[in-house]
Design a protein around this ligand. Sequence first.
Ligand SMILES: [Zn+2]
Length: 184
Amino acid sequence: MTDSNPEFEPPPTRIVLYPDPVLTSPASPVTAFDGELHALVERMIELMREAEGVGLAAPQVGVSRRIFIAEPEPGPESVPVVFINPELELGGVLEPFEEGCLSIPEVRVMVRRPNVVKIRAFDLDGHPFELEDDDFPARVWQHEFDHLEGVLITDRMSPRDRLVHRKRLKSMREDFEDIEDIGR
Ligand SMILES: [Zn+2]
């Protein structure tokens, strides 16, 4: 699951967990807006919804590419927005907010982030678009964008949260080593 091969086949089967190295490696830009990309994103949407998440980045399914999806208010009518090769422009003031991550189950930490975000990205067909937000979506975009840079909430948590979650994170690291050993 540490493979960052540009080939998306076979399709991702699960969400990659901390501390898989694919989560801490910067992802590379998407260059082909083709059928494979569409299939990958479809699969990401399924995995995000199964996990009841509000966002998911490609590295979280083992694909080190600059793609994320966001669905800040999931519902029967909602459609996830797909962001490819996104760029952020941050503004406003820093606000603390509790965040979780599908790759780090059971860990929730306070993260301070700018509350106003302008995002420029490409859609699945390679068309550029721009959105701006000063609420929860702005938070989700920044969290997912971090994944494309190889940054996790564990990199942004306070010393207090670091202490609170020390055991849980240690046990996740040990589980990961066990899986790696079995794989060898
Ligand atoms: Zn996350």
